[in-house]
Write a protein that binds this ligand. Sequence first.
Ligand code: AMP
Length: 283
Amino acid sequence: MQLVTSIPAWKQVRLGLGGAVGLVPTMGALHAGHVALVRRCRAENDVTVVWIFVNPKQFGPSEDFARYPRDLARDMRLLETEGVDYILSPTVEEVYPEAFQTTVNVEGLTRPLEGAVRPGHFQGVTTIVAKMFCLTQPRRAYFGQKDAQQSLVVQRLVFDLGMLTEVVVCPTVREADGLAMSSRNVYLDAEERAFAPTLYRALQAAERAIAAGERDADALRERMRREFSGRPGVSVDYVSIADVQTLQELATVDRPALLSLAVRVGRTRLIDNIPMTPPGAGR
Ligand code: AMP
């Protein structure tokens, strides 16, 4: 395994690579969710590149860029045992030199949900994804269902700009109690950690209600919200039942849907989702 931190050095490496290159983009502080992406990538490609970069452009001014967990030495040990070929981990100064003046933007899909609460977030994501894809020219790139809207936005970007990369979306990896794995889970104290699986439980309850015949999306959203009301330190950013492709909110759950939510638990912002097709509404 080789660690490359300089972009000019990486360009030389990339020009010498043959076969299918698979890319796993991450912000580091790796966990089993990332490892699942790496394993799939290794199984499907000749060369596996893991990108590790905490991208300042996708964090808002009041978000956690400065305190986001970083441990490259630990990430490297983990990726070495996973048989990764290259880690590409450039510095902020190299990715965004002073003269940097290009942004990439996807429009409609970035407006609701995360986009409504985190202005500028997706523009940061799509700009770094475009740069990363140019640098690595991946045959396939692996993303997590955990960040459902991000995966849809990246698929849109790749299709709209005619990139040759195949975007592979992998299932969400969870802790035994259902909490979706996230680098941010380390922020949670014991009490918050005990409460955190409520997100997945609320989604599962809505999923069960839909499977049992409930189609009124407002009633379902209200039911999910109730799980979080009256809890000190807990606030809901959004609860959504949306079309799984357009992310437009549904009035009636009559087509494949994305059930999703974002909740602040203390100082930690957690997100989770379940995609589902209501019985009889296949598309
Ligand atoms: P991050 O390092 O959090 O930016 O995540 C890097 C990639 O890993 C993204 O495509 C995420 O969607 C994916 N990912 C993060 N957490 C999980 C998880 N629990 N299960 C599956 N994929 C995940």
